[in-house]
Design a protein around this ligand. Structure first.
Ligand SMILES: NC(=O)C1=CN([C@@H]2O[C@H](COP(=O)(O)OP(=O)(O)OC[C@H]3O[C@@H](n4cnc5c(N)ncnc54)[C@H](OP(=O)(O)O)[C@@H]3O)[C@@H](O)[C@H]2O)C=CC1
Ligand SMILES: Nc1nc(=O)c2c([nH]1)NC[C@@H]1CN(c3ccc(C(=O)N[C@@H](CCC(=O)O)C(=O)O)cc3)C=[N+]21
Ligand SMILES: [Mg+2]
Length: 300
C-alpha cells in the first residue's frame, strides 16, 4: 500500500481563503477589521521565522497584524503590562504570546493574564476547561488543524482508535480532547508508556507530537492507518552540502507511507494548518467580540 498524502499546505490555503471571505464581509458590512497581536520575547531564530510568517499571512487575509518584539531581558511586569494594554485595545481581537518564553518568565502566569476571549492559542486555563467540558472555547491551533484534516479525510471519526503520542498542554492533551469530542477511543502515550510500538499498532489514527526526529517507524503503523505528524525537527543534511539542514517530522515518513492509508508530510502538513487555524480563531474571536454570527466550519 502507498499512503494518500494529506496536503496540509493546500488545505491551509483553502482555510485562509475562507478566512479572507469573512474578513471582507466584516469590513464591508460592519466596518470592522480583525486584528491579531503577536508578542515575541527574545531572539530565538525559529520563533522569529514563525512570527514573521504569521504576520505576513495575517495581512494577506486582510487583517491587521501588530507585532510586539521585546528583548530577552524583559521583566514579567513589563510583559504583563503589555498584555493588559492589548486586552483593553478594541482593535486587537487575538493575542498570541510566542512560546517558549525565556526562563525567567512564568509562562502559565503570562498566558493566564490574556483575556480568554482574545486567547487565540486556546492556552488560557479557562479555554482549557471549556474544551475539556465540551463548551464553546478557543481551540488550540495545532490540534484544530489536525482535526480539520482528519474530518476532511474520514468524514466521521466515531469509534476509531486514536493514539496520541505526546501529552503536552499545547498539542497532545488538547488533541486527545478533540478526538474524544469526535467519539474516538483515545489513548495518550508519552515517555513512560510501556510497549509504545504495540500501543501505536492498535491505532486507526496516530498523532505524533513528540519532538524526536523520525521516532515512529513504519513497522509501528497498522496497515491503512491515518498518520498525522506534528513534529517539526531540523536535522543536519550533509547530503545537501556542508552545514545544510532539513526539516523532518516525528514519523519516519518513507517507511510509514508504505503502510499507512494516509499521512501528513513535514514540511507541508500540520505546520501550515496551524497558522491557518490561528487566523481562523482570530476571525472567530472578532465575531464573538462584536456579537456577530461566527464562521461555520472554522471551529471544532
Ligand atoms: N506543526 C506545528 O504547528 C507544531 C509543531 N510542534 C512540534 O511538535 C512536537 C511536539 O511539541 P510539544 O508538544 O510542544 O513538545 P513537548 O516537548 O512539550 O512534549 C513532548 C511529548 O512527547 C513525549 N515524549 C518524549 N520522548 C518520548 C518518547 N521517547 N516516547 C514517547 N513519548 C515521548 C513527552 O513525554 P513526557 O510528558 O513523559 O515527557 C511529552 O509528552 C515538536 O517537534 C514541536 O516542534 C509543536 C507545536 C506546533
Ligand atoms: N504561542 C504559540 N503558539 C504556537 O502555535 C506556537 C508557538 N507558540 N511556538 C512554536 C510552535 C511551533 N509552531 C509552528 C507553526 C507553523 C509551522 C510551519 O508553518 N511549518 C512549516 C515549515 C516552516 C519552516 O520551514 O521552518 C511546515 O511545516 O510546512 C511550524 C511550527 C507554532 N507554535
Ligand atoms: Mg498551537
Amino acid at each position: 500500500m502507498t499512503a494518500t498524502i494529506i496536503d496540509g499546505k493546500a488545505f491551509a490555503a483553502k482555510v485562509r481563503e475562507q478566512v479572507a471571505g469573512h474578513v471582507s464581509r466584516l469590513k464591508e458590512e460592519h466596518g470592522i477589521t480583525p486584528g491579531l497581536a503577536v508578542v515575541l520575547v527574545g531572539e530565538d531564530p525559529a520563533s522569529q521565522v514563525y512570527v514573521r510568517s504569521k504576520g505576513k499571512q495575517t495581512v494577506e487575509v486582510g487583517m491587521n497584524s501588530y507585532e510586539h518584539k521585546l528583548d530577552a531581558e524583559t521583566s514579567e511586569a513589563d510583559l504583563l503590562a503589555l498584555i493588559d494594554q492589548l486586552n483593553n485595545d478594541p482593535s486587537v481581537h487575538g493575542i498570541l504570546v510566542q512560546l517558549p518564553l525565556p526562563e525567567h518568565l512564568d509562562s502559565d502566569l503570562v498566558i493566564n493574564a490574556i483575556d480568554p476571549a482574545k486567547d487565540v492559542d486556546g492556552f488560557h486555563i479557562s479555554n482549557v476547561g471549556l474544551l475539556g467540558t465540551g463548551q464553546k472555547s478557543m481551540v488550540p491551533c495545532t490540534p484544530l488543524g489536525c482535526l480539520m484534516m482528519l474530518r476532511d479525510h474520514h468524514g466521521s471519526l466515531s469509534g476509531m482508535n486514536a493514539v496520541v503520542v505526546g501529552r503536552s498542554n499545547i498539542v497532545g492533551k488538547p488533541m486527545a480532547q478533540l478526538l474524544l469530542g469526535d467519539s474516538c477511543t483515545v489513548t495518550i502515550a508519552h515517555s513512560r508508556t510501556k510497549d509504545l510500538a504495540e500501543v501505536v499498532r492498535r491505532a486507526d489514527i496516530v498523532v505524533a507530537a513528540v519532538g524526536r526526529p523520525e521516532m515512529v517507524p513504519g513497522d509501528w503503523i497498522k496497515e491503512g492507518a491515518t498518520v498525522i505528524d506534528v513534529g517539526i525537527n531540523r536535522i543536519d543534511a550533509p547530503e545537501k552540502g556542508e552545514g545544510k539542514t532539513r526539516l523532518v517530522g516525528d514519523v519516519h515518513f518513507e517507511s510509514a507511507a508504505k503502510v499507512a492509508g494516509a499521512i501528513t508530510p513535514v514540511p507541508g502538513g500540520v505546520g501550515p494548518m496551524t497558522i491557518a487555524c490561528l487566523l481562523a480563531n482570530t476571525v472567530t474571536a472578532c465575531c464573538r467580540a462584536n456579537g456577530l454570527a461566527e464562521p461555520q466550519g472554522l471551529t471544532a
